[in-house]
Write a protein that binds this ligand. Structure first.
Ligand code: 6GU
Length: 238
């Protein structure tokens, strides 16, 4: 699958060369291209922002560099893609990004990401972009980052690791937090007694049924305590 990221800070995305995603890129499983928005400006200062109509604090990203950059990205669509590519716009005013959306996106051939800065991108860009892309405004959570780059990294990692072959052992994708609506159970390794703290004895019992039941109970207990919102969504009573 292919990702195209448009940003005024291409160097933010350099970390995609390391770790699991780096290997996936070298193996050709995931293709990531980063574009500098300023390459789609024509003035001496490579201006990407301007003052907001109606007044107010901060600056707004001008629409035309975005249109040119996104047309360029659209032209890079893999030949076999068929459907409109997805355009993700990281913003704290978007719908919540989730494991479900990551799973959906991992099925796509081409995902573009428009990283805004300042107070945001001129709103008209999103309607215009619908002609080329399936546009989704997405947020990581209820807090504010300085721009979309860190969110784009999180989304690329969450989606990229679901692409077949990226994570060596596919079984490890099944038992994760959020795959079944519950948080992950706690894990332990050797030594069995570490600085006076012991591993729960059931894990040393060799009884697979008991281990599974204990893990399930731990998942439920944690989810109820730490994420009452998830617990309620499951329709249990806490
Ligand atoms: Cl996706 N973008 C920005 N700028 N801030 C955020 C966010 C996204 N998600 C949470 N905060």
């Amino acid at each position: 699958m292919r990702f195209d990221v448009v940003t005024i800070f291409p160097e933010y995305l350099a970390v995609l060369d390391v770790s699991l995603l780096g290997r996936a890129r070298r193996e050709g499983l995931v293709d990531v291209h980063v574009h500098d928005l300023r390459d789609f400006t024509f003035d001496r200062h490579r201006t990407v922002d301007d003052t907001p109509y109606g007044g107010g604090a901060g600056m707004v990203m001008k629409p035309e560099p975005w249109a040119l950059a996104l047309e360029h990205v659209f032209a890079q669509a893999p030949a076999d893609a068929g459907e409109r590519p997805v355009l993700l716009v990281p913003t704290p005013s978007g719908e919540r990004f989730s494991q479900g959306l990551a799973r959906e996106l991992a099925q796509r051939e081409h995902v573009a990401i428009a990283c805004g800065r300042y107070e945001g991108i001129d709103e008209r860009v999103f309607g215009w972009a619908e002609e080329l892309f399936e546009v989704r405004l997405v947020s990581l959570g209820d807090y504010v980052l300085n721009g979309g780059e860190v969110a784009a990294l999180a989304m690329i990692e969450a989606v990229g690791r679901l692409v077949p072959g990226v994570v060596g052992n596919p079984a490890s994708l099944v038992e994760e937090s959020h795959e079944d609506g519950l948080l992950e159970y706690p894990v332990y390794t050797k030594p069995a007694d570490w600085r006076g703290r012991e591993v729960p004895p059931v894990l040393l019992s060799g009884d697979h049924g008991k281990v599974a039941a204990w893990r399930r109970a731990q998942q439920e207990e944690r989810t109820r305590a730490r994420r009452p919102d998830l617990w309620e969504a499951l329709g249990r009573d806490g």
